[in-house]
Design a protein around this ligand. Structure first.
Ligand SMILES: Cc1cc2nc3c(=O)[nH]c(=O)nc-3n(C[C@H](O)[C@H](O)[C@H](O)COP(=O)(O)O)c2cc1C
Length: 352
């Protein structure tokens, strides 16, 4: 898909591009793997999927990796707009290499004001896994978030009717159970907790589970005082997806995820992605059919709710330094989890 917003006259100087890539790095990513690499050559910024950071056991198709990169792409576009720049984005510019996810040109036809509030949103957005309050999120807010996703070309649906909701809860719990019995997946997930490098999730940000029967989360118990079910009654859920389960759909879903999350944050809402029911092929097929009526293929589920006012602010997850993610060359040798060169992300699968 090509998105050309406006004509440009002045290209952004390299210092602006560096700042944008740094702000894009604040994007959410699966297990905080930050699986993106940016290359800046001839005033073109290219976004590469870094398959060396792919979760081989949990994400063999690369769906979550690509969604994470799509979120970083949207963060970059959002940051550019906030700093008064325009972006022209071209998805999958190299048909023979699906690891080259997007090409971006940053420029402007004239000066625009800086939107400090938007920059604040980028800095403050975070994954807060503490239990939401019981205050329901009004339907019109969910509609606004779904429309925000649609603006980025994604399909989105709030799961509100009771039958679909119960079905989703059941499937989410089943998917967690399946994962808990998969030693490879558990080991892989644990390897992204409390890492020495600037990636992964600090233990202190994961909910503490005193009762293993009540407390369901994909991660091992952490230090954060709280207990939760996989999906609590007051959580609202939005499914984001596209017509086809392919790389283009995952990029768009990532952009939409980021756009929805930042809009939710602007409204004071908290968002927590829930990807394990999608990672499980059987659960994904059942969600597509039974919950979404085969309207589209879901790529990510989002729990949406209100955090209690006055809760302590959470520490931020770490981010890789700019020099690790912004490259002027040196990408061609990136290896995937199987040791092969930059691998092709999972081939397109059939739509609903
Ligand atoms: C594609 C994707 C899948 C994710 N899946 C989950 C999940 O299943 N459970 C969860 O608690 N967080 C999930 N997250 C949130 C990440 O763990 C989080 O974004 C990352 O640790 C960085 O932290 P931050 O969002 O606070 O910046 C997911 C994020 C993305 C982009």
């Amino acid at each position: 898909m090509t998105q050309v917003r406006t004509a440009r006259v002045d290209h952004a100087p390299a210092a602006v591009v560096e700042r944008l890539v740094a702000l894009a790095g604040l994007a959410p990513s699966v297990h905080n793997t930050q699986p993106w690499l940016w290359e800046y050559v001839d005033q073109r910024l290219t976004l590469h999927a870094d398959h060396r950071r792919q979760l081989a056991a949990e994400d063999p198709s690369g769906r979550n990796l690509t969604i994470s990169c799509g979120a970083a792409l949207h963060h970059l576009e959002f940051a550019a707009s906030a700093l008064g720049w325009e972006t022209a984005v071209h998805h999958l510019p190299v048909p023979s290499d699906r690891g080259v996810l997007a090409e971006v040109v940053v420029g402007r036809t004239g000066p625009h004001p800086v939107d400090a509030e938007a920059i604040r949103l980028l800095r403050e957005r975070c994954t807060d896994r503490r239990r939401f309050t019981a205050w329901p999120v009004p339907g019109d807010r969910l509609d606004t978030l779904c429309r925000t996703a649609a603006l980025w070309g994604a399909e989105a649906q709030a799961v509100t009717d009771e039958a679909s909701r119960f079905r989703l809860e059941l499937l989410a719990n089943q998917a967690l159970t399946t994962m808990e019995f998969d030693r490879q997946q558990r080991a892989e997930q644990d390897s992204w907790i409390d890492r020495a490098d600037a990636a992964g999730i600090p233990h202190a940000l994961l909910p503490h589970h005193p009762d293993p029967l009540q407390a369901r989360s994909r991660f091992q118990p952490g230090l954060l005082e709280d207990a939760r079910l996989a999906l609590h009654g007051c959580d609202r859920v939005i499914a984001i997806g596209s017509a086809a389960d392919d790389v283009e759909g995952w990029i768009v879903a990532g952009q939409a995820l980021s756009a929805v999350w930042l809009e939710a944050a602007r409204q004071g809402l908290s968002v927590v992605p829930m990807s394990q029911p999608i990672e499980d092929a059987d659960a994904r097929a059942e969600i597509t059919r039974d919950v979404l009526g085969s309207a589209f293929v879901p790529h990510i589920l989002l729990r949406v709710g209100w955090q209690a006012m006055g809760r302590r602010e959470l520490a931020r997850t770490p981010r890789r330094p700019l020099q690790e993610v912004l490259n002027h060359r040196a990408l061609r040798g990136a290896k995937g989890p199987d040791g092969a060169g930059i691998p092709t992300v999972g081939e397109a699968q059939s739509g609903p």
